[in-house]
Design a protein around this ligand. Structure first.
Ligand code: DCP
Ligand code: MG
Length: 416
């Protein structure tokens, strides 16, 4: 007898707090709810004056008209966020306060309280982890959550679990958030914006054409202002426009990696897992030379730099408590072409001599006739030192003679 288990489809949520810094202030001053409020300007001094004036009563009893207004602001401050009522006037993040004052002079100005914001950040993330354990931290007010195997995570495409999380966060903090649930991170990130504030939006694979393609290319997380300008010049404005291009054409215009990625993104394809802890994938050190160096003529100098890079990567690994198994090199030639080679060892290491030996072998596999601008050493396939079963742990290599790096070109002498 055997069990056939069909794994459920991936359901990934992106959760983003609504007007986060402003909402935290409104918990302190609930009398300002529904009013246009912007966060920005100086430190807490601004409202300390107000608080002193009304020292005889609780914060929630300070009259709304006692707070400073945007129209009275003078300075070069920038708005970090605005409440939704303020956004109706066109005021928002990163806008200069004096400019915002022209759009919404009656907005109340409050400074940010970072400590308070961080406290609420920790609280809302803990609430989520209690319900759905696979959470990826994406900054102060957003996370990805893997709904796939969580009870309720598949019901109504994830809506049932999203509702539970929203309610639990509100009960614990009084704050609202918006959640998008989709087949992957890329779409979930876009979806969480669809019904802001306090909204949930569910996107299925079959919805990509109707819900994603009409959006501007900039809505893809990973297409920045520069790429947007270039895409516009090529008459590509929406994600649908992008999806209509062939992969080859995008690769021709944007390079192999980015072009192919763009094509996948436009079609809503993204396999990235939700990563619970932000573990580094690799550690590397590289250096650009003051002048271009040649493998033979500048052998001694290159050798010293190479050894130094290996030593520094090894130090980085030990300081952060990692060992790695894939050792690689990166070269940039004087014509800016890049070459990389790597090699995977049968054990983990954080030992400079071991790293140098493996990296030296990688160097033998690249063309060293041309001058170099840059040399780098990378250690990948990392694991936490101490987390490995004994046989996997690194046997330290005794001081063996380092093999000749630029073998065949550099003669028989090692360049150290
Ligand atoms: N933030 C900032 N400077 C910016 C943008 C944002 O300091 N240029 C801060 C203030 C925000 C917080 O980060 O409250 C979260 O950023 P969001 O982009 O998620 O914006 P909000 O949470 O304020 O609003 P939204 O409801 O659109 O998510
Ligand atoms: Mg937010």
């Amino acid at each position: 007898m055997h069990n056939e288990r069909v794994s459920p489809p991936r359901r990934i949520a992106h959760l983003d707090m609504d007007a986060f810094f402003a909402s935290v202030e409104l918990l302190r001053y609930p009398q300002l709810k529904g009013l246009p409020v912007v966060i920005g300007g100086g430190r807490r001094k601004v409202d300390e004056i107000v608080r002193q004036r009304f020292a005889d009563r609780p914060l929630s009893q300070i009259p709304a008209d006692a707070f400073p207004l945007l129209k009275d602001y003078v300075g070069r401050g920038v708005i970090t966020t605005a409440t939704y009522p303020a956004r109706q006037f066109g005021v928002g993040s990163a806008m200069g306060m004096m400019k915002a004052a022209k759009l919404c002079p009656q907005a109340i100005v409050l400074p940010v309280d970072f400590e308070e914001v961080r406290r609420f950040s920790r609280t809302f993330k803990a609430v989520i982890r209690d319900i759905a354990p696979v959470v990826e931290d994406r900054g102060i007010d957003e996370v990805f959550v893997d709904f796939t195997d969580v009870p309720g995570g598949q019901r109504e495409g994830g809506r049932v679990l999203a509702r539970l999380i929203q309610k639990s966060i509100f009960d614990a903090t009084g704050l609202t958030c918006s959640i998008g649930v989709a087949p992957n991170k890329l779409i979930a990130k876009m979806a969480s914006e669809f019904n802001k504030p306090n909204g949930i939006s569910i996107v299925h694979e079959a919805d990509v054409q109707t819900k994603i393609w009409p959006l501007a290319v900039r809505k893809i997380n990973g297409i920045g202002p520069k790429s947007e300008v270039k895409l516009h010049a090529l008459h590509i404005h929406t994600i649908g426009d992008l999806a209509a291009q062939s992969r080859e054409w995008l690769v021709d215009n944007f390079g192999a990696a980015y072009g192919a990625w763009m094509h996948d993104a436009a079609w809503g394809r993204d396999d990235r897992p939700v990563v619970t802890e932000s573990e580094p994938v690799s550690m590397s050190r590289e250096t650009t030379f003051e002048r271009d160096l040649h493998a033979v003529r500048d052998r001694a100098e290159l050798g010293a730099i190479f050894t130094d890079l290996c030593t520094r990567v090894a130090e980085d690994l030990r300081r952060k408590g990692y060992v790695g198994r894939t050792i690689g090199v990166k070269l940039r030639y004087d014509d800016f072409r890049i070459a990389t080679r790597d090699q995977t060892l049968d054990h983990y290491t954080d030992d400079a001599a071991t790293i140098r030996r493996a990296a030296g072998q990688c160097l033998k596999r690249v063309d060293l006739r041309q001058k170099l601008r840059l040399l780098g050493v990378r250690v990948g396939k990392l694991a936490k030192a101490g987390s490995l079963p004994a046989p996997e742990a690194a046997p330290r290599v005794a001081a063996e003679p380092t093999p000749d790096l630029f073998h065949g070109l550099a003669g028989t002498q090692d360049f150290r």
